[in-house]
Each structure stands twice: as C-alpha cells, then as structure tokens.
Design a protein around this ligand. Structure first.
Ligand code: ADP
Ligand code: MG
Length: 223
C-alpha cells in the first residue's frame, strides 16, 4: 500500500531569479518503508521534504498522502492533518527553549482531545527513555547539549504515533553511537508499528541500510 504518492512535482524559487529547483519528480513510498532522500548539498532535499510534509504548498503537481490530495487544502486543514499523521524532525531542532524537555515532547500530544494528559506524559517518558535522555526530562530545553536537544526533538516527532515520520538530517549533529540508536529506533518503528520513515541524510551508511533511496541530482530523482 502506498502511503505517499508524489506526481510530477515542479517547484520554482523566484528570488533572486527564477530557479527551477525540483523538476518533474514522481515517486511512491509504501507503508512501513524506511526511505532515505540523498543528494549533494543544494540538490533540493530540504525543499522536497517541506513539500512532502505539507509545510510548503507552493508547487506544481500532486502529493497524495493516504490517498488524499494535499494540494488545495487550507492551512488549518493541513495543520490538523500534520498533527494527526506526520511527525517532523527539523535539521535545527526548534525546541521551545524555556519549556522543560518533558513539556516540549508532550505539546503535540496535548493538542489531541482523545489522549489524556497522563497518557501523553507516560508516552513522553517512554520515548525519552528510548532515546537515552529521560534523565533530562525536567530541565529547560535550552540547558541541553545540541545532540541531546536533537534526541528530544525526535521524541517530540513520535509522540502522536504518526503514520509518517519525516526528518531533515535528524542525526546530523549526533555522534555515531547516538546515530545508531536513532537508526535502530526508526527501523523498529517501521518494522513493528508499520510507521513510514522519510529521512533526508547525507550519511551513506544510514542511506545504505534503508529500504528505499530517493537520490536527487540536478533537481531530478535519479532512478
Ligand atoms: P539541500 O537540502 O539538498 O541542501 P535545499 O533544498 O536547501 O538543498 O536547496 C536547494 C536549492 O534551492 C539550493 O540551490 C538553494 O540555494 C535554493 N534555495 C533554497 N531555499 C531557497 C529560497 N527560499 N529561495 C531561493 N532559493 C532557495
Ligand atoms: Mg537541506
């Protein structure tokens, strides 16, 4: 079953000059697949991931998630859809620095009426533990190291059991030990929960161990 279908995606930037950054990209991603998006710096990986995550709606073509077309939906509809189905790990974690680690991880879960705060807190602790940062739970996020903050951001992306987890170089500032922990966790979530992983990486080791590689070059997907 395809969880995401991208068809004939074209994207242009207009500043400073017209620039065709994504050229006629079409691909499908199956449920439970661990997909890596690779390519040189500047090849369009982040731009593509922002489209796939529905955060950027300025493009031509079609993106269907769970069979539903994302083009033409309101920002409010898309925000709700993301909260339910997509967990995103940014390249620069974007935690709320004055909130505790626990609060940061819980926030997306607290927006969901169907989960009790107790349930969300329990899940947040479980995720922090899986990522080896549970002892930091009650500190303000700003006090953690970059690598610790990144792991907290990964926990936050997983709090609502998203259908799809997307990450823009989520292990970019982790050491090899923590990269392996995150990789194994992603693999386990794909294999055991059927969650779909779409991860931008320039770590060839990471990409080599994934189920599916989308390699970008010159604005196109290389097959
Ligand atoms: P990657 O993540 O693969 O390093 P990006 O998707 O960030 O690449 O960028 C792809 C290309 O688009 C680069 O040439 C970059 O300079 C350009 N670009 C990215 N964002 C913008 C923007 N907002 N306006 C104009 N050009 C941009
Ligand atoms: Mg990038």
């Amino acid at each position: 079953m395809n969880v995401l279908e991208a068809s004939h995606i074209n994207k242009y930037f207009h500043d400073p000059a017209k620039f065709h950054v994504l050229k006629d990209m079409s691909f499908a991603i199956r449920k439970g697949q661990f997909t890596s998006i690779t390519g040189k710096s500047g090849s369009g990986k982040s731009t593509l991931l922002y489209l796939l995550s529905t955060m950027d709606t300025q493009f031509e073509g079609s993106i269907k998630i769970k069979g539903e077309e994302m083009q033409g939906k309101s920002n409010k509809w898309l925000a709700e859809f993301r909260n339910h189905h997509i967990g995103f790990v940014f390249q620069f974690h974007f935690l709320l620095p004055e909130f505790t680690v626990l609060r940061n991880v819980m926030l997306p879960g607290l927006k969901r009426a169907e989960y009790s705060p107790g349930e969300v807190e329990h899940k947040a602790y479980t995720l922090l533990k899986l990522l080896g940062v549970e002892d930091q739970a009650n500190k303000r996020a700003a006090l953690l190291s970059g690598g610790q903050q990144q792991r907290v951001a990964i926990a936050r992306a997983l709090i609502n059991d998203p259908l799809i987890v997307m990450g823009d170089e989520p292990t970019g500032n982790l050491d090899s030990k923590n990269t392996a922990i995150v990789f194994d966790l992603f693999r386990k979530l794909a294999a055991e929960n059927g969650q779909t992983m779409i991860i931008v990486t320039h770590d060839d080791d990471f990409a080599g161990k994934s189920d599916h590689v989308i390699h970008l070059a010159d604005g196109r997907v290389l097959n």
